[in-house]
Design a binder for this molecule. Structure first.
Ligand code: FE2
Ligand code: FE2
Length: 195
């Protein structure tokens, strides 16, 4: 067999092996790219909550601070769930650059409103991931994302609740919010779930 034939045989085998390997991939490249983006979004949410928590900490509002530090921990866990998912599906983890969070807030209401808007944005991002999984008939990712769909409903509803309490109290009476949160923080586990 001449060299030309051998090299074309090798090229053919390579092509077949690559095809087989791609065929066995649990998730598509497009899906792994979208999930990597979401890892960035979750870590971005984590940083945003650390910034908001430290703002309240500086204002000597410990319950508000603790509520947002806990939210930050949860966002880190969300990011790590996506990281673990990529590892489990044998996809590469490429964490994108994380933009700096907003650091200055004039009013408590502004910080909470910003958090609510952020949670709504993340809900949309999760919905887009689900839509992609449906489009690709990727049932593995659809099942994995179910937890995030329920989690976002809880996050949006918790933040809407806090916004209402902050608005009702007004900036002069944030100590009422502290009392409200003292009960809330003690009945919620670090995961922010009802016992
Ligand atoms: Fe999250
Ligand atoms: Fe969240």
């Amino acid at each position: 067999m001449g060299w030309g034939k051998v090299s074309s045989l090798i090229a053919n085998i390579r092509k077949k092996t690559t095809y087989l390997r791609e065929d066995f991939m649990l998730i598509s490249k497009k899906m792994s790219q979208a999930i990597n983006e979401q890892i960035g979004n979750e870590f971005n949410a984590q940083l945003q909550y650390v910034a908001i928590a430290s703002h309240f900490d500086r204002e000597s509002l410990p319950q508000l601070a603790s509520f947002f530090y806990k939210q930050a921990d949860e966002e880190r866990q969300h990011g790590m769930k996506f990281v673990k998912y990529l590892v489990d599906t044998d996809a590469t983890v490429h964490i994108p650059q994380i933009p700096a969070p907003k650091a200055d807030f004039n009013k408590a209401e502004e910080a909470v409103q910003h958090s609510l808007d952020h949670e709504k944005k993340v809900t949309e991002q999760i919905n887009n991931l689900v839509a992609l999984a449906v489009e690709e008939k990727d049932y593995t990712t659809q099942t994995f994302l179910n937890w995030f769909v329920s989690e976002q409903l809880e996050e949006v509803s918790t933040m809407e609740g806090l916004l209402r309490v902050v608005q009702r109290a007004g900036e002069e009476n944030l100590l009422y919010v502290e009392t409200y949160l003292a009960g809330h923080n003690s009945t919620h586990s670090p995961q922010g779930q009802q016992p």
